[in-house]
Ligand binder design. Structure first.
Ligand SMILES: [Zn+2]
Length: 450
């Protein structure tokens, strides 16, 4: 029984008070609402309005060219925003390649790693690109490529009034449809304006889930007064080819810690993880400090993560989604250490799951299946010794938002009624995680899905 947004009582033989709405579960299992501990909500909303340019959508260059031309016809003159590009489609594309497909429509395409944008000439014109701008140049000419320029691009687009905040309502409803009741937005650039925007979206009801907002140092010491919106970790985005000064990072960690704020490091390569661990060791770790992705974790670094008491937030679905690419691109000696799961649990490291949407599939049930199966899209095994049981996979998504990887809270009387009801019992669900259907999602006892 739910009363005033909380679980008032649990049991089969409860007397039903007059005026109580009775929901027949038909044998479906009632679970705590799921938590996606790492995603980029605004980017996810934007990506749903964008053109998919990855190998799954466009097999080769001509297919991508056709897709771009089709998109240009639907909204003539409007920006085309492509996402998910990978060089297996048409190589290391540049402005010249895009100009040959679409000379007049402004196009920008994001590499699926999220760190590279490619513009055509029409786009560079709209963005008023000048020699001093941070785009790549070869022989003094802009190639159309922008590396690590998200913050710059965002600023330029808003100063030219070429951008707008996306609508969150549809994407929030979609996540509620998976049973998700809480999210952590891990975008490193998040600052005060973003916090205010998320608060407004929450207040207006466009954002259904509770949200925890990681962000930059400007959020150190900031508290959100709005229920359901909290400020999370100071996020550091490392890039192996351009690592920052270690002492400066350590000092920045100390400053966040000094105001009781934890830190989180993006680590997708071995070198990035080595750097993050060195910086945290120098500053001193604080319980709740996080490593995001930990994509490559060899045994010696596993030991360091455990010793420092860090939490790891991983994305099990990448093994399924990108595993075939990893088997080609990642050195054989590193393959056993890719997106580990069981290895973290055995080392006593707090481990939680997430989507990294829009880069990973936002459906947590597919991720749970991937965690259990450890096989790539084409069916090749990848690190099967890292596989989890279905209950362990579910637990990755039900830990507290503020302490992912800590023991899962069972349904108990008095807890907030943030719940999801599946269309079948757990005995059946655990055998077909990827296709589990959520019947109902509740936030504070209110139906948010369907
Ligand atoms: Zn991310």
């Amino acid at each position: 029984m739910i009363r005033l947004g909380r679980i008032a009582s649990i049991g089969a033989a409860q007397p039903v008070m007059q005026g109580t709405e009775v929901i027949e579960a038909n044998g479906g299992v009632l679970l705590p609402g799921l938590h996606d501990h790492h995603l980029h909500l605004a980017s996810l909303a934007v990506s749903r309005e964008s053109l998919a340019c990855g190998p799954e959508a466009c097999a080769d260059g001509p297919a991508l060219a056709r897709a771009l031309k089709r998109q240009a016809q639907t909204r003539p003159g409007a920006w085309i925003r492509g996402i998910g590009y990978h060089e297996s489609v048409a190589g290391n594309i540049d402005a010249a390649w895009l100009d040959r497909q679409l000379p007049d429509t402004p196009v920008r395409i994001q590499h699926r790693g999220g760190r590279l944008w490619v513009f055509n000439s029409a786009a560079m014109e709209r963005l008023e690109i000048a020699a001093a701008d941070p785009l790549e140049k070869v022989d003094g000419q802009h190639t159309g490529r922008l590396y690590e320029g998200d913050a710059w691009l965002r600023k330029r687009m808003s100063s030219l009034r070429e951008s707008r905040r996306p609508e969150l309502a549809a994407v929030s409803r979609m996540l509620a449809g998976f049973g998700i009741t809480a999210l952590t937005d891990t975008t490193p650039q998040n600052g005060l304006e973003d916090l205010q925007w998320f608060q407004a979206e929450k207040e207006q009801g466009a954002l259904l889930q509770d949200i925890r907002l990681m962000g930059n140092a400007s959020l150190d010491g900031v508290r959100s007064m709005l229920p359901g919106v909290t400020v999370g970790e100071h996020k550091f985005h490392l890039l192996e080819s351009d690592l920052p000064d270690l002492d400066a990072v350590a000092e920045s960690i100390r400053q966040s810690h000094a105001v009781s704020r934890n830190v989180a490091f993006h680590c997708v390569t071995r070198a990035e993880l080595v750097f993050a661990l060195a910086a945290i060791r120098e500053a001193g770790s604080r319980p709740g400090d996080r490593i995001e992705h930990a994509s490559v974790t060899p045994p010696e670094l596993m030991q360091d993560i455990a010793t420092l008491g860090l939490t790891v937030v991983t994305q099990p679905v990448f093994v399924q989604q990108r595993g075939d690419q990893y088997l080609q691109d990642v050195a054989a000696e590193d393959q056993p250490w890719l997106y580990r799961l069981q290895g973290f649990l055995e080392a006593g490291v707090a481990l939680a799951g997430s989507s990294d949407a829009p880069f990973g599939d936002s459906n947590p049930w597919k991720a749970m299946q991937a965690a259990v199966e450890r096989s790539t899209a084409s069916g090749q095994a990848l690190g099967v010794e890292e596989a989890l049981g279905p209950e362990q996979a579910l637990a990755l998504y039900t830990g507290p938002l503020s302490a992912p990887g800590q023991p899962v809270t069972a349904l108990v009387e008095g807890m907030s009624a943030d719940l999801c009801l599946l269309g079948c019992g757990w005995a059946e669900a655990r055998r077909k995680l990827a296709t589990v259907e959520v019947q109902l999602t509740l936030m504070r006892g209110q139906v948010v899905f369907p």
